[in-house]
Design a protein around this ligand. Structure first.
Ligand code: ADP
Length: 767
């Protein structure tokens, strides 16, 4: 009897492991992952059981008796809960019992092989025979590499040789398993000998057939054939055919690049000619040389520095955005005067659809530069920026070098889109790679792992975009000059739609003015009732939807002209999607309007407070994040400190519960800016004094009742105005931000600056 032990086990159905092999494969079942986990906790040994092909469920009868004891060399968890394993098989063992219904645990017994003790000469003869057959087999089968033949020639045990050959040759699953299950080495040897002879015979016939019929040649073979023929024809015509390396050398001659780069490429071409042309190494090498030859090492396009023209183009492409355009023109002017100087990298920050990408495109047009966009959103791995080393099959340059290749010149405008969405969470250091890209000290010799030779990025004009400046990693942020692109007012959206988007979409859909008109009322209604966004992307989509439907009607019904108005808009876009955010119907104690910033623009939120007898507890419900909760607590602490002033009994807070609720909205909100609103609502509820429904407020509160600055003022003021609010309380610290907001938005709103909670309460209680 052999040694019996319990082991974690995995069941496979399509791969056979022979002893002393190393295999790399992915496992697709939960059970397998579990077994591996168990093995890793112990001695890393896992038993591989082989399931019979036609059987669907796992049981002892449905498994081959012999399996393989293996050691886990490496285990990688893949994101989708599967695991990738590198296993090293050790030796055979017999299944004694399956201990659970999925066979993740089995009882196994070690087994001994028999028959190895044969006479020396006979053994030598057997070994020589099988070695010769294996070599013959290898002539017809390209999967047998030279080192394998060496291994067979140096192995002196019949059992091991047969196992090794079984593991190497291509044979059906069942055939391999029958060999694995044969413990008598002589029997196994004889069976394998027979199989090899058969295989060789079949291969010979196949080769003969190919020769005779000349069909079924692979694509690579055919290409090779044609190339040879072309060579022969050229020779007849007296032209010298160019070999692959000569072609590459011809291109190399035309390449604009430094001496070092050219020498390096020359070296690679020589290396290629020393490789076996059909081999995978040559394929990798060929791809590499092609990439090197396509890169714009020293190729430049000519920039224009005409600021007047740049202004014209920016104005022509975009409505409004005065401040942004002015900042960009200043930047371009400085750049024109000081071409080699250090210039900062512009980062356009703002909500989606506000025209960041399209401004960057215009800048490229204004400067006569090639434009390439690299999307960094979702980039998690440094290798996406810097490329993969070439040793790895399927390796590619990173997206910066790929962008340069696409531009075809070394001085394009490269847009690094959504730089705030690149993250380091996976592995590798994305932001440090980006830092190297953007740093003028380092980017003249940027290293891409694939390219291997330093690439000069110092002539590239980088422009970045982000939705939120606070999400940009600090070191990157410090290298950039932020230009804020804020959300549009309804009026601005109206003009953008009327003057830009309509024209664009008409052209795209092949419509003329005489076919379709979308009147002003319809545009305004799309903005109010069908979109809710800071930018104009959704608006553009809706217009495009109308254009498509109109085009179809014209073609289908033969309509001559279609007019879209507010009244018939729903025939094109369906039911209205949004209702206006409006102020409350009447003044109520315990209800106060706050203002919030969200990625799709500003919104107002009604904060409601109830006070009831209890034990001094605070309950917070609704759309609340952690930061909001903390600021509610700070507000209440402050109110307790001033309770006497509002004639609130000192035992009040111990004997009552306070419940603050923020109604659900479509977009989650969190931040400290509702601080003063919550405190005001709580006080209003306690004192039972209603607060005017015409007032809204925003501001962070400290424990001592100071009011601190908040962000997103433009969006918030806009939201207040849309909701029909008349007075807005904002932190005094935000005065400069308010002054920057255009009069059009502020018109009709009374803006009150507050620096402490005292100011807030005085103002709302006097109202
Ligand atoms: P972002 O990059 O900020 O997400 P895009 O540049 O993709 O936004 O803009 C979305 C669409 O809106 C584009 O078609 C763009 O041309 C248009 N657009 C945005 N702002 C303006 C503007 N001020 N004038 C004209 N078109 C605009």
């Amino acid at each position: 009897m052999g040694i019996i032990r319990e082991m974690p086990a995995i069941v496979v159905k399509d791969i056979v492991l022979m002893p002393h092999m190393s295999v790399n494969f992915s496992l697709l079942t939960k059970e397998a992952a579990l077994a591996c986990e168990k093995a890793m906790k112990g001695d890393q040994l896992v038993f591989v059981a082989f399931q019979k092909k036609e059987q669907s469920f796992v049981s002892k009868e449905n498994l081959y008796e012999i399996g393989m004891v293996t050691k886990i060399k490496q285990i990688n968890k893949l994101p989708d809960k599967n695991v990738q394993l590198i296993l090293e098989s050790n030796k055979r063992a017999k299944i004694v019992e399956v201990l659970d219904d999925k066979a993740t645990y089995v009882l196994v017994e070690s087994v001994e092989e028999t028959g190895e003790d044969i006479e020396k000469h006979e053994k030598e003869a057997m070994l020589r025979t099988i070695r010769e057959l294996f070599i013959e087999y290898s002539l017809y089968n390209s999967n047998v590499a030279k080192p394998m033949i060496k291994t067979v020639n140096h192995t002196n045990s019949i059992g091991e040789v047969t196992d090794f050959i079984t593991g190497t040759v291509i044979l059906p699953y069942e055939v391999k398993l029958s060999l694995l299950n044969t413990l008598d080495v002589i029997k196994r040897y004889n069976r394998l000998l027979e199989i090899l002879r058969d295989e060789i015979e079949v291969s010979k016939i196949k080769a003969d057939l190919k020769k005779k019929t000349n069909i079924k040649v692979s694509k690579a073979q055919r290409e090779f054939f044609l190339r040879e023929q072309m060579g022969a024809i050229k020779k007849e015509l007296g032209e010298d055919p160019l070999s692959e390396d000569a072609e590459f050398r011809k291109e190399l001659e035309k390449l604009e690049a430094s001496k070092e780069v050219k020498e390096k490429i020359e070296k690679e071409i020589s290396r290629l000619s020393s490789l076996n042309a059909g081999g995978s190494e040559a394929q990798v090498e060929r791809g590499y040389i092609e990439t090197l030859l396509e890169l714009p090492w020293d190729k430049m396009s000519e920039d224009t520095h005409d600021i007047k023209k740049a202004r014209e183009i920016l104005d022509k492409d975009h409505y409004g955005l005065e401040k942004v355009k002015e900042r960009i023109l200043e930047f371009l002017a400085v750049r024109a005067l000081n071409s080699k100087g250090e210039s900062p990298i512009i980062c356009l920050v703002g909500p989606p659809g506000t025209g960041k990408t399209s401004i960057a495109k215009s800048i490229a047009r204004a400067l006569n530069k090639k434009y390439v966009r690299i999307c960094l959103g979702g980039v998690k791995d440094e290798a996406e920026i810097r490329g993969h080393r070439r040793t790895y099959v399927g390796a590619m340059p990173g997206n910066i070098v790929a962008g340069l290749k696409q531009a075809g010149v070394k001085n394009p405008l490269m847009l690094l889109d959504e730089i705030d969405k690149a993250s380091d969470e996976h592995r590798g250091d994305t932001s440090s790679a980006l830092l190297e890209v953007l740093d003028s000290e380092q980017n003249s010799h940027f290293r891409d792992h694939y390219v291997g030779i330093p690439v000069d990025l110092s002539e590239v004009l980088f422009i970045a975009t982000a939705n939120s400046a606070s999400d940009i990693p600090r070191p990157l942020y410090d290298r950039m000059e932020v230009i804020e692109v804020t959300s549009y007012t309804a009026n601005e959206k109206f003009h953008i739609a009327k003057e830009y988007l309509l024209k664009k979409q008409f052209e795209k859909n092949g419509l003329k003015k005489k076919n379709l008109s979308i009147n002003d009322g319809a545009i305004k209604k799309i903005i109010d009732a069908y979109t809710k966004e800071a930018g104009v992307r959704e608006l553009e989509r809706k217009i495009s939807e109308i254009c498509r439907k109109a085009a179809m009607r014209i073609l289908e019904n033969g309509d001559e002209k279609i007019t879209v108005t507010a009244a018939n808009l729903k025939d094109f876009l369906g039911k209205e999607k949004y209702r206006n955010d409006t102020k409350n119907k009447r003044d109520e104690a315990g209800i106060v309007r706050g203002l919030a910033w969200t990625p799709v623009g500003g919104t107002t939120l009604s904060i409601e407070v109830n006070v009831m007898p209890g034990k001094g507890e605070l309950e917070l419900t609704g759309q609340m994040g952690d930061v909001m909760k903390e600021s509610a607590l700070a507000g209440i602490s402050y109110l307790r400190s001033i309770a006497s002033k509002y004639k609130i009994d000192s035992s009040f807070f111990a004997e009552n519960d306070i419940h603050i609720h923020i109604p659900e909205g479509a977009v989650p909100k969190d931040g400290p800016s509702a601080g003063i609103t919550m405190a005001t609502a709580v006080l209003s509820a306690i004192t039972n004094v209603p607060i005017s429904r015409n007032v809204a407020m925003t501001g962070e509160i400290t424990l001592r009742g100071r009011v601190l600055a908040v962000g997103g003022l433009k969006e918030k003021i806009l939201a207040a105005k849309t909701a029909g609010i008349i007075m807005v309380l904002v932190p005094l610290e935000n005065k400069a931000d308010i002054e920057e907001i255009s009069e059009e938005i502020k018109d009709g709103l009374e803006i009150v600056y507050v620096s402490s909670m005292k100011d807030v309460l005085e103002k709302v209680y006097e109202n």
